[in-house]
Design a protein around this ligand. Structure first.
Ligand SMILES: *Cc1c(COP(=O)(O)O)cnc(C)c1O
Length: 422
């Protein structure tokens, strides 16, 4: 565990462009965190818009410079709000959508349905109908029931392009909840079944098998494990499209060193050169590694309780960050105007569970009631799993760029907490 952290350590986990103002306050996208707290309250999710856009461009460049027929599809589920999906679409990315809700927000974001990829292991008739009605470009067939539904719902004369999701048989080194590529996974079909699905789709009058898809898991820290996805789908034959999934891990802690984007792209494309037809199109589907590092969550300290363990309690917790309780993800944190250094404390949330501990031992410099605490790398799977546990109002999202902050998702109101009761 980290004992202390330098300013450089801390700044290294915040979005590019994060600085300290002359009085020591963190600024993200040119905006002071104390100003953001004063204007929008806490907790608040802050996204450095330029860093996010740059990451999208870097992704496209790293893949297209190595394999020109590459597309990058942002995994909407990692941060499914229209503002984020709009940025991704504006930067030329495709969008992965898992289910009806993400189709709705992607369409509201102005994204082109032809550049969307529909996922899901339990798609309903309604969702398939939404995909067909909106003209989703690629539907990923996860099981034989998907084919039954598509054959029933795609109108005669149409031709829906599909990918077949294949279990690659790769047992990835990650939390079991986010490993998806092992034999026995609920996602996709084993190669023999995938072959049967492909030939059924090829015989269909309304469907077209554009290619194959696989996804090994999330928060993978080995480029080799990610690249192991290519061989199992290459073995299924020659197609127009090979969708290699997402999964690249991100750096949450001072100690972690995931592969760089260039190393990841190199490992994937090296396998593609070896195993895939040279004129095929590859798709990668980053979620976590696209948005996580562009955002942080800003909290206010409500209580400091000293004892055998010093508990620093903030005004959020598992209502806005379930990564800790679901996957044991470790984060780091800093006081917004005393960056780096300090003694280890337990940073806890406001929810009525002992498991609502944001970070178990994190150095904070002299934490006091009223301080602002920033937790970096929260731009993936936090907003999307936010909830109203303990009557929490789901937190707002603020974009910052060039010294300007703008609200893109507002905080729940107290009235929102009652709005569904009939
Ligand atoms: C979740 C998911 C992704 C994104 O995974 P990350 O680890 O966030 O990059 C990509 N493709 C599929 C099918 C997924 O389910």
């Amino acid at each position: 565990m980290t004992e202390t952290s330098t300013r450089m350590d801390v700044l290294g986990l915040f979005p590019a462009g994060t600085q300290l103002a002359a009085d020591g306050v963190l600024t993200i996208g040119g905006c002071r965190l104390d100003d953001i707290a004063a204007e929008y309250g806490t907790p608040t999710m802050i996204v450095a818009e330029s860093a996010l856009r740059q990451r999208a461009r870097d992704y496209l460049r790293e893949f297209r410079s190595r394999w020109p027929r590459s597309d990058v599809a942002f995994a909407s589920k990692s941060f499914p709000c229209t503002a984020i999906q709009r940025v991704m679409a504006q930067e030329g990315l495709h969008l992965d959508v898992a289910g009806g809700g993400e189709i709705v927000s992607a369409v509201a974001a102005g994204a082109d349905p032809a550049r969307m990829v529909l996922h899901g292991n339990a798609k309903t008739d309604e969702e398939i109908q939404m995909a067909v009605d909106s003209g989703i470009g690629l539907v990923v067939v996860d099981n034989f029931d998907d084919i039954d539904r598509l054959e029933r719902l795609v109108p005669r004369g149409h031709n829906q392009a599909c990918l077949v999701r294949v279990i690659p048989g790769v047992a990835a080194t990650t939390h079991t909840s986010v490993a998806t590529g092992h034999v026995g996974s609920k996602f996709g079909l084993l190669p023999g079944d995938a072959r049967r699905a492909i030939s059924r789709i090829e015989r269909s009058a309304v469907l077209h098998c554009a290619g194959v898809h696989t996804h090994v898991g999330s928060q993978l820290l080995s480029a080799g494990e990610l690249a192991a996805a290519v061989a199992p789908i290459a073995a299924l034959g020659t197609f127009e499209v090979y969708d290699l999934g997402g999964g690249l891990g991100v750096r949450y802690t001072y100690a972690e060193h995931p592969p760089s984007l260039a190393e990841y792209a190199e490992a994937m494309v090296e396998q593609a050169h070896e195993l895939l037809p040279g004129d095929s199109r590859i798709i990668v589907e980053p979620g976590r590694s696209m948005g996580a590092a562009s955002a942080c969550t800003l909290y206010r300290v409500t209580t400091v309780k000293r004892g055998p363990v010093t508990h620093v309690a903030v005004d959020g917790g598992m209502g806005d960050n379930l990564e800790v309780s679901l996957y044991g993800q470790r984060f780091e944190a800093t006081i917004a105007d005393r960056v780096g250094g300090g003694r280890e404390v337990s940073l806890v949330g406001r929810h009525c569970e002992s498991g609502d501990e944001l970070i178990s031992s994190v150095p904070l410099q002299d934490p006091r009631v009223g301080d602002l605490v920033a937790v970096p790398v929260t731009g993936a799977y936090c907003y999307t799993m936010s909830n109203q546990y303990n009557g929490a109002r789901r937190i707002p999202v603020v974009f910052t760029a060039d010294g300007v902050a703008r609200l893109v998702v507002r905080r729940d109101t107290w009235a929102d907490l009652l709005s569904r009761d009939v």
